[in-house]
Structure formats: structure tokens, C-alpha cells
Design a protein around this ligand. Sequence first.
Ligand code: ADP
Length: 471
Amino acid sequence: MSKKLRVLFCSPEVEPYAKTGGLADVVGSLPVALSELNVDARIILPKYKCVKVEANKDLLEGKVLVYFVEDKKYFDRNYLYSTPEGDYPDNLERFAFFCQKSLKLIKEEKFRPDIIHCHDWQTALISVYLKTIYKQEPFFQHTETIFTIHNLAYQGLFEREKWDKSGLPKELFSINGLEYYGRINLMKGALLFSDLITTVSPTYSKEIQTKEFGFGLEGILKTRADKVFGIINGINYKIWDPAHDVEIPQNYDHETIDKKFINKQHLQIETNMDIGRDIPLIGAIGRLTDQKGWDLIAEVIDEICAKDLQLIILGTGEKKYHELMVEIAKKYPTKTSINLRFDPILAKKIYAGCDMFLMPSKFEPCGLGQLISYRYGTIPIARKTGGITDTVFDVTENQENGTGFLFKNYDSKELLNAIDKALVFYKDKKTWRKIQKRIMKLDYSWQYSAKQYLGLYKNLIKNLPQPLNVR
Ligand code: ADP
């Protein structure tokens, strides 16, 4: 009988334990999907203050073993990486510790992975350690590494004075190592030392090899182009399920979609907006950072609010955007609802209650908002970039198969134009319903993408030197 493939997911965020964005959704659901494909998938993450180990035990469906790296000094804090004032100054130390401890812990547990699948800069040092200081370590001789870029904008950059904290020899602070314009760049290390690199959509995997999206690492990515793959994220169809969610006032599916408006009514009441079944309600949820296009919305907020529509925003992040949002809320108290916090329950009510979902991102590695919206029959209005390009198809260009409304350039006039296109279609109730039903029937569960990951894993293992059976 063939042995189960063993994969360790090493990640700074995992839903339902700790989440700031889409990375947590991915690492909270891909391992479960892989376990259904007979992979022994396990997860390791830091035990932050917010982590409730016992309460969440069943959420990974008992299929995936989760390890925690515990340390009061490093992880018993109110935030994951940064406070509203900025990043924690000891992030290099914290995540170097996490990487070292992860390797130590699985060795103690005698879990010898065929693959360690690392996610984002916080876990970048794992592959560097394995290829350098642990090169001779017998336990890891048959362990390959995959590094997934969820967002190239966050690279783990630190001042060179902190090099000692990395736990790496001095020689590695060089042009062929982790040195990057005089600073330390952890992501660069992962891109150089991992056996494979993946990112979360085919389009983004190409974009990051260009100057516009490469954030300075495009050169390295290009030299490793034959090892770079793009696999689109799925979403957890059990967590995002309008037919069964307990958090939304009214359950519905594509056959009972007429009931969706009850969620809209509740949302309008809960957020003190005017109540009206036919007022187009647009939602937007996301981190308040430059990436997500909030500045475009702010630029034309007067024009947006001059239209017959309502806008509900849920987000948290940078101070400048919080201030901007407060201004908008003051100016348009009945047409907008601005919610500046992290609130998964309100998020669900927005996906379920809105007619349209706005994503004017500057760049978007994959984007989960559009996929979650599909599930709830909420039609995306989005900028055609990265994962959006791979998953959203413009209704005006393709009436039969279109799934949303797109605009191309990062330009507020084009954003307005896309909103207008959506509003025109919204008036045509029959066509709108048809699009809603179409998007609700799409399948962006993990089934397909998990198989693609499995294919990559198997190829990587095939290339390993024999014997594989020495364990
Ligand atoms: P990113 O990973 O760049 O933040 P994604 O679109 O991939 O963006 O994923 C964002 C995820 O985080 C979605 O599940 C979204 O619903 C959730 N999310 C973002 N901001 C909030 C918030 N303020 N409250 C609740 N959920 C949020």
C-alpha cells in the first residue's frame, strides 16, 4: 500500500484561529480538502493571544492536526504583526523564532514531512534554514519546500543591524542571499531557496515577474520562472453557504434566491440606511490599505452618492483610510454605512444582503471577495487585475457567461463607469436574476484547486533522490 503523502502547512494565519485576510481562509481550508484526497496534511502556526485552541478544535473537521508554537514574549500580544501605530519592532525575531521552533517541534513529534508548504514572508526562513544551516540534518533529508506568495507587497524587510536575529550565517547577507538594497528581505530568501514557488492565481504568477507588480523581486522571480506556478484559491463552501449559514437572517439558494432581499432589509435596518428593496446596495469589505482601491472610491464618492444607491463598507487598517472613511460617513450618513472594524458576522451579512460587491483593487493576487460574493448571488464590480482577471468575466462583453462588471485602468472615472454598467443591468430584473443564478452555480470550492496542489506535490516528490522509503 502506498504511503500517505505528508505535508506540513506552516503559516502565520489560519482560520478559525487567527485571521487578518485571505491567507487565513486558504490555510484553514486547503489542508482539509487535501486530507480528503488522502494527504496527511498538518498545520503549524503561532499561538497568538486570540487563538482559542479548544473552542476551535472541530472547525477543521477533525481531519487536520494543528500544532501551535507557543511563546509568551513573542505571541501573547493584542495584534498579529502590527498595532495601529505600526509594525512590532521585533517581527524578525518573532518569526525567525517561529520558523526555528516549527522545525524543532515536528522533529520532536517525529512528523517527517515530504513537503513543508510555507505561506508568506513570516515563514520564509524555513526553506532558507533547510538549505543552509540544516542542510546536513538527517531528519529533513527528504523534505522539499514550497513557498506560496499570497501577497508580494509584504516581503518582511528589516534593517541590516538586525541580521543576528535571523539565525543565519553572515555570508548569507549578500546579493546572492537575503540582502536587498542594504536591508534584509526574508521573502527574497524564500524565492531563492524554496524548491517550488506558487502564487494564488495564474495571472498574478505572470504579473509578479514584471516591474509593475514585482515590488523589486521581479528579477529573481524571472530567474526562477520554471519553478513558479499559479493556482487559483478556492473558498470553504461549508463556511460560506447561504443555504445553511446561521449568521444571516434568511437562508436561500439559487432556487430560492427571491428570499435574498430579506437579508438586504435586515442589513438596511441594522446599519440605519433607508429601507428599500429596489435601492441598489453595494458592499465592500477589505483591509484599509493602498492595495484595495479605497482612494479611487474616495475620489469619486460625491458622484457615487449622487446616484440612486447605497454603499456599505467594512474594513480596518491604515489610519489615513480610517480618517477618510469617517469623512465619508459624516457627509453621507443615510446613503453609506461605514464600519471600521474586523467583524466576520457583519461580513457575512454584507455578502448575503448586498446586490453588488465592489473590489477596485490596485493589484489582487487572487481575491476572495468576488468568489464569496458569487456564492451569495452578489454580483462583483471589480478592477481587472490578478486573480480578478482569472475569475470575473464582464457581463457587457459576454451576456451568456458574464459574472460581473469590470474596469481596466486604475482610474476613478473607469470605476464610475463600471458602477453605471451594473446599475443599468440592475434595472432589468430578469437579466439580473439570470446572472445571480449563474454565479451561484459556479464552483469555486477547493476540490479543483486542491487537486492541482496535489499534482505539484507529487511531481516534486518524484524528482526526489531515492530511496524514499527510509523513514
Ligand atoms: P486579502 O487577503 O488581500 O486581505 P482577500 O480578498 O483575499 O484579501 O481576503 C479577504 C478576506 O478577509 C475575506 O474573507 C474577507 O471577507 C475578510 N475580511 C477582510 N476585512 C474584513 C473585516 N474588516 N471584517 C471581516 N472580514 C474581513
